[in-house]
Design a protein around this ligand. Sequence first.
Ligand SMILES: Cc1cc2nc3c(=O)[nH]c(=O)nc-3n(C[C@H](O)[C@H](O)[C@H](O)COP(=O)(O)OP(=O)(O)OC[C@H]3O[C@@H](n4cnc5c(N)ncnc54)[C@H](O)[C@@H]3O)c2cc1C
Length: 291
Amino acid sequence: MTTFDYVNPTTLEAAGELLSRGDLVTNVLAGGTNLILALENGSLQTDLVVDIKALPELKNIHFNSNSGLMLGAAVTLNQVNAHTDIRRHFPLLFETCKDIGSCQVRSRATVGGNICCALPSSDLIPTLLCYDAVCHIWNPGGVREVPLDRFFKGDQQTVLAKGEILVRISLPAPVADAAGVYNKLQRGQGEYVTLVGTAVLARNINNSEIDWRIALAAAAPTPIRIYAAEQVLQGSIPDKAMIDHAVECIKHTIKPISDLRAGAAYRTTMAGILARRSIESVASQLLGGVH
Ligand SMILES: Cc1cc2nc3c(=O)[nH]c(=O)nc-3n(C[C@H](O)[C@H](O)[C@H](O)COP(=O)(O)OP(=O)(O)OC[C@H]3O[C@@H](n4cnc5c(N)ncnc54)[C@H](O)[C@@H]3O)c2cc1C
């Protein structure tokens, strides 16, 4: 590891000023589960690491049944899991977080860090896409809001400019009658990178209209919502023909890569299988009144 300076400012202004320095390569540090590994293995070099964990604005979780959920970017995955309102009103978020990494990883890894890594294989992002999450990005001029599905520019690339900090993520108010599932495929013990993941969320609006959301991990250069497949299912509990059609839409839309973990054809086949399983499971939960 090459040497670098470390600072832990206590105000956003101080953090932003340091991160904006044009004469230095600067990086935000949150939980460090990704950044420290990159510094250690030499894939990233930096002059200055700015720790954001002492910034109070980034550590809050606030839930209101009318306005929804505000998650500070430096909230850890274990803090998400321990929050009773999240468990109750955003069960898909709870279920997704509890299966990310190990307990030790979840005690360090933050929501904002998972998003800002912008890895195609992130498990958290598809679920947040299903919940219509919005990113709140701080810069010296104020806070701008970017819907999560417009936050990614490509594999490990985001819309964040130098000096900008993701401060929080907001999720709109939940619908009481909803069901969701995140299914992921990993290679096995000791291997945490998801080969393909499918998040499906269905919300029963006004006791009549079912609103479907589908998003995938490791199926394209960024985690991706599959709006065409959602349209196929929209409005009802789908029958087999509708599910077949939605699965075909997913398989035609995604563009997974081939790498040392899996080939593109295998990922595409497994995306279809996992998506079918997720849709069927969500449909039966809604039918059975298990929410
Ligand atoms: C053993 C292990 C198992 C794992 N298992 C899984 C898994 O099952 N599923 C999964 O999805 N991931 C997994 N991960 C990846 C890990 O969960 C993510 O890397 C983690 O969420 C990143 O969060 P962090 O707080 O540690 O980010 P950091 O490492 O601190 O930062 C990551 C990147 O985001 C930037 N950044 C962080 N926060 C902000 C912010 N608020 N504003 C602007 N930029 C910011 C940093 O500069 C850096 O570039 C695993 C990692 C390890 C080491």
